[in-house]
Design a protein around this ligand. Structure first.
Ligand SMILES: CC(=O)[C@@H](O)[C@H](O)COP(=O)(O)O
Ligand SMILES: NCC(=O)COP(=O)(O)O
Length: 247
C-alpha cells in the first residue's frame, strides 16, 4: 500500500483569488481526511500565492485531532521556512530546490552542489524528529549522494514520467518507468524511503506504483482539476483504491 497525501495548494490558490475565506481551506482538509486520506501536503511559497504560513499553522492545529494523518510541508530551506518547520514539527518536511519566483517545482536537488546546506538542514530536521525528504530527479546515481547527505527519504520528481505517459509511446513508457523504478530500488536498498510526486493523476498513478517500491505519493494539481469534473468524493475514492492496492 502507498500512502496518499493530498496537496491542497490549489484550493488555497482559488481562495486567494477573491481575498475571502471561500473556499474554506480547512473545510476541505476535513473533507479530504474524512474520506480516508492519510496525508496532507502544502507548499507555502515565499510569495504566499496559495498556501500561507498561517494556513500551515491552521492545518497543523487541525491535524492534532487526527494523529493518524501525516502533515508534509514542502519548500526551500530558507531561515523563515525552517522557523516554520521548527514551530510546527510536521511528520515530514520535503526539501525542494525552488527559486522564489518559480511557477512551480521543475527540478530535483543537485545534492553534491548543495552538500553544506543540505547537511546542515537535514541534521536540524533530524534533531527535531521531522522526517526529511529530498525532491530528486529519477537518477539512480544520485542515491549515494542522498545517503551521504543523510536524508530519510527521496521524493521522485514525476513530471517527466507524467509527460511520457500522456504521449502513450509504449517503449518510451517502459524505459522511463524503468528509470524511476531503478532509482526507487537503489534508494530502498540504501535504506532510504521513497516518495513520489508532481503531475500525477488518475490515469498515470497505477503504472508508477507497480512493484510496491513507493511509500507515499503527494498529489494536488490534477486531483483538484479531476474533482471539478467528477466530484471530490469520487476522485478521492478512486485515488485511494489505486494507492491501497499498490504492490
Ligand atoms: C514539489 C512539487 O512538485 C509540488 O508539491 C509543488 O510544490 C507544487 O507546487 P505548486 O502547487 O505551487 O505548483
Ligand atoms: N510533491 C508533489 C505535490 O505535492 C503535488 O504536486 P502536483 O500534484 O500538484 O503536481
Amino acid at each position: 500500500m502507498t500512502l496518499l497525501s493530498v496537496n491542497v495548494n490549489k484550493i488555497a490558490l482559488l481562495r486567494n483569488s477573491r481575498g475571502t475565506n471561500y473556499p474554506d481551506l480547512l473545510y476541505f482538509v476535513q473533507k479530504i481526511i474524512g474520506r480516508g486520506v492519510q496525508g496532507i501536503t502544502v507548499h507555502p511559497r515565499p510569495d504566499e500565492r496559495h498556501i500561507t504560513r498561517q494556513d500551515a499553522r491552521d492545518i497543523a492545529e487541525l491535524l492534532k485531532g487526527h494523529p493518524g494523518v501525516e502533515f508534509n510541508i514542502e519548500g526551500y530551506p530558507t531561515d523563515g521556512f525552517m522557523a516554520l518547520i521548527d514551530d510546527l514539527r510536521p511528520a515530514q518536511c520535503t526539501l525542494v530546490p525552488d527559486e522564489p519566483g518559480q511557477l512551480t517545482s521543475d527540478h530535483g536537488w543537485d545534492v553534491t552542489g548543495n552538500r553544506k546546506l543540505l547537511s546542515e538542514v537535514l541534521t536540524q530536521l533530524r534533531s527535531w524528529q521531522v522526517r526529511s525528504s529530498l525532491f530528486l530527479d529519477p537518477l539512480p546515481a544520485l542515491v549515494s549522494d542522498v545517503k551521504a547527505a543523510g536524508a530519510d527519504r527521496i521524493e521522485l520528481y514525476t513530471e517527466h514520467y507524467a509527460r511520457v505517459h500522456a504521449q502513450g509511446a509504449k517503449q518510451r513508457m517502459a524505459d522511463t518507468l524503468q528509470q524511476y523504478h531503478d532509482t526507487a530500488r537503489a534508494a530502498r536498498e540504501a535504506g532510504i524511503g521513497v516518495n513520489a510526486g508532481h503531475d500525477l493523476n488518475l490515469h498515470n498513478l497505477a503504472g508508477l506504483l507497480e512493484g510496491g517500491l513507493i511509500q507515499e505519493v503527494s498529489i494536488g494539481h490534477a486531483l483538484i482539476v479531476e474533482s471539478l469534473e467528477q466530484g471530490m468524493d469520487t476522485v478521492l475514492d478512486r485515488y485511494l483504491a489505486i494507492t491501497r492496492h499498490a504492490r
